[in-house]
Design a protein around this ligand. Structure first.
Ligand code: G1P
Length: 292
């Protein structure tokens, strides 16, 4: 039977070293780099919360403690803001604070792949469906990506993966899905390949870093062999789970910025600055001049 239990928890794997952003990420986790004035990871947590997620599980690693601090109260800072009458800032900090007890932090001790990072969250997730959000991918849309996926999940149950179109020559950088029958708000997934060899891509729809998964994925990850890049891959585990359970695809149509790359991160900064009434006017003309 297809499970459609409520999705209450989300996993955010944040253990990656961020070597593409050295030296910036020597002491600061890549997830804490700012887009305008807010860390990358916070955009993703806000997307999760907007979709009804009640508890966020961060799978961290060494040198990531500052992420935990970011989602905690900073008494000294709050005190100083209060004494200086900076009430708007204080309110903003309070409004972004997760409820007490609504976050968990566990560590991926070794970098064995995304599938392994997800498996590290198994005890905290327990026997219920969960959302998986890859924080490198920052998604800008009126309705958050995960929220749209929840709508589809409420129709289909099972597992839901978000995808979007990519130029065929770039498909080999991602996980790619095969497309079956159209559903109300999505489509049936007929196959999945992680980093397909050029010419063997099942479609031009790549997995963009948002998933709703059933807990049986953990049993598969437990015994998972290594796949592409000699890493334990979530895509391979999903492919095995698809023998027993339904997988539906959700086509995300907003803007996605891959903040694991320099170009994606820079574009995200420009895109979010243009959305902000307090910043757009200050930088728009200068950006136009700079890019000629
Ligand atoms: C991971 C997933 C891949 C997905 C991608 C999205 O790959 O394994 O299926 O398309 O994220 O960013 P990674 O970026 O870890 O190589």
């Amino acid at each position: 039977m297809t499970s459609s239990k409520k999705v209450r928890k989300a996993v955010l794997p944040v253990a990656g070293l961020g070597t593409r952003f050295l030296p910036g990420t020597k002491a600061v986790p890549k997830e804490m780099l700012n887009i305008v004035d807010k860390p990358v990871v916070q955009y993703v947590v806000e997307e999760a919360m907007a979709a009804g997620i009640e508890h966020v599980v961060f799978v961290t690693g060494r040198n990531k403690a500052v992420i935990e601090d970011h989602f905690d109260i900073q008494y000294e800072l709050n005190d100083t803001l209060k004494n200086r009458g900076k009430n708007a800032e204080l309110e903003m900090l309070n409004s972004m604070l997760p409820k007490a007890g609504a976050t968990s932090f566990t560590r991926q001790q070794e970098p064995l792949g995304l599938g392994h990072a997800v498996w590290c969250a198994r005890d905290i997730i327990g026997d219920e469906p969960f959302a998986l959000l890859l924080p490198d991918m920052v998604m800008q849309d009126k309705q958050g990506c995960l929220s749209g996926m929840m709508d589809l999940y409420n129709n289909t149950g099972g597992n839901v993966i978000s995808v979007e179109e990519v130029a065929m020559e770039d498909a080999h950088k991602y996980g790619v899905v095969g497309v079956g029958e159209e559903l109300d708000g999505g489509f049936e997934i007929t196959g999945m390949v992680e980093k397909p060899a050029r010419g063997s891509e099942p479609s031009n729809l790549f997995i963009n870093g948002r998933y709703i998964l059933q807990p049986e994925i953990f049993d598969i990850l437990e015994t998972q062999e290594r796949g592409a890049g000699n890493e334990i891959q979530i895509t391979d585990a999903m492919l095995k789970l698809a023998d027993q359970q339904k997988f539906s695809g959700y086509r995300f149509e907003g803007n996605t910025y891959d903040c694991g790359t320099k170009q994606g991160f820079i574009l995200a900064n420009v895109a979010y600055a243009m959305e902000r009434d307090d910043i757009r006017g200050l930088v728009e003309d200068d950006i136009k001049k700079l890019v000629g």
